[in-house]
Design a protein around this ligand. Structure first.
Ligand code: LLP
Length: 443
């Protein structure tokens, strides 16, 4: 996808902004369904395939319900995410619990619900055994392969050899042996070494490594891996002109490795899984905010009513999110993928920093970006915010996180999460203690 799409007309968006107030997130059910069907179809060349949607990317039960309806499971990383999956009808072994530094009670909960425990370290074996009284029937481990040819430059997840996740090669053999000897009967194997990666070679290489490891595990320990989880990390084209990952192409190349490595090892059929978040909902969600101030100092600033507390990615990673202005044409021709190229003839533009209200200078949705001249009151659309967007929101500076709207396939718009109120912000405080506080403490 090289063109940035938005599912509503300028008039329809203005109507929504009037009705619900800004800022808000908007998700497109039609886009989500169409994309997940294409994704699932591409990977259905495996004997059994499952996408465990990474709940952390978009933890809203209405979105999870859509994905469950399309056959997805859930990848959860905490107790609230486990509960969200369950409430959305995703149950038992359709839930992969891929957590790290996990508290005992979360393992107990996931086990009680029959979810698959994906352990991040060899020391978690005795930890889980003690917490549950015995190891569960099925166990998965996360493998960290160390340095890799095609995945050494990932700015979000870091280099595998520097990343905190997973077991080393030596540990992984030991871990499966221990579990085998303790009577575990079903085994899965997981890895994830990239984040927002558009290079297909990275995933093909990783699949080859993990398939080879599964074959070696069988040979050296007798453990038969029945589920291989390739993790998440498939990227999306945040910049116009970038090319989306070709699901069918990747699936075919991974299938070649499957036939070359797993079939001769006697492991066929193995269930192949992803736990992607970003490509599933990312391009189908937008943060809509209103320009409320303009400021002309050493740069031209447009101040909006959303902030980094609503969408942290640009501030945290310097991530690019495309920005458009409702009803005003993009002044830049992005068709060759570079922002510098072709300011379109006859289209007026200004170079802006689009900024939020946090006391942090990194609270900028766009930096030195050519945009159409913006008037106070204009609606600003921040694209590709459907994954790791609202989910990463926070309350610094007393900012109240915005709500979420869903554009149904019918065209109807539904509020699937209301905006936060001051009462929500104060919900964890008890002001009643204040009246006598100083008196008590000085006694
Ligand atoms: N599985 C595990 C174990 C993960 O840690 C993650 C993301 C995923 C699946 C989903 O990855 P995805 O397909 O969404 O890339 N907040 C960052 C991304 C952090 C990724 C952490 N793990 C961002 O805004 O880009």
């Amino acid at each position: 996808m090289s063109e940035k799409y938005f599912p509503l007309s300028p008039g329809e968006l203005s109507g929504l902004a009037e009705k619900y107030g800004t800022p808000f997130y908007l998700y497109d059910e039609r886009g989500i369904r169409k994309n997940i069907r294409e994704f699932t179809r591409a990977f259905s060349i495996f004997p059994a395939f499952k996408e465990f949607f990474a709940v952390k990317a978009c933890p809203n039960p209405y979105i999870l319900k859509i994905l469950a309806d399309e056959g997805c499971g859930a990848d959860c990383s905490s107790m609230p995410e486990l509960i969200l999956a369950e409430k959305s009808g995703i149950l038992g072994r359709d839930v992969m619990f891929s957590s790290n530094e996990t508290p005992e009670k979360e393992y107990i909960y996931a086990n009680l619900k029959g979810n698959i425990l994906n352990l991040d370290d060899i020391t978690h074996i005795p930890f889980v055994e003690k917490a549950l009284g015995a190891l569960p029937d099925m166990i998965s481990f996360r493998y960290n392969p160390g340095s890799l040819k095609n995945s050494g430059v990932n700015s979000i997840i870091g280099k595998p050899e520097e990343a905190k996740y997973g077991l080393t090669r030596e540990q992984i053999f030991e871990a499966y042996k221990i579990c085998r000897d303790k009577g575990v009967s079903n085994f899965a194997l997981h890895t994830m070494v990239a984040s927002n990666e558009l290079n297909p070679d990275c995933f093909v290489e990783t699949a080859g490594i993990i398939f080879t490891l599964a074959a070696e595990l069988k040979e050296k320990t007798g453990v038969k891996i029945e589920l291989i989880d390739l993790g998440g990390g498939l990227g999306i084209p945040y910049k116009p002109g970038q090319k989306a990952v070709d699901y069918t192409g990747i699936a075919k190349r991974i299938r070649d490795s499957y036939d070359r490595i797993l079939v001769p090892a006697g492991l066929d059929p193995v269930k192949i899984c992803w736990e992607c978040g970003r490509p599933v909902t990312g391009p189908y969600g937008w943060l809509v905010t209103r320009a409320i101030h303009e400021k002309h100092i050493y740069r031209e600033y447009i101040g909006v009513d959303a902030s980094m507390a609503d969408l942290m990615r640009p501030g945290m990673y310097g991530a690019y999110h495309h920005v458009t202005v409702n009803g005003k044409p993009d002044p830049v021709d992005f068709s060759d993928g570079t922002v510098k190229s072709g300011l379109q003839e006859g289209r007026d533009y200004r170079i802006y920093d689009v900024v939020g209200s946090l006391c942090e200078n990194c609270d900028k949705f766009a930096v030195q970006r050519p945009l159409p001249p913006i008037d106070t009151g204009d609606l600003i659309i921040i694209h590709d915010a459907g994954a790791h967007g609202r989910a990463m929101g926070f309350n610094y500076n007393g900012k109240l996180r915005c709500g979420e709207l869903l554009l149904r396939e019918s065209g109807e718009v539904m509020e699937i999460r209301r905006r936060e109120t001051v009462d929500d912000y104060f919900a964890t405080l008890d002001f009643r203690g204040l009246a006598s506080f100083n008196a008590k403490s000085s006694e």
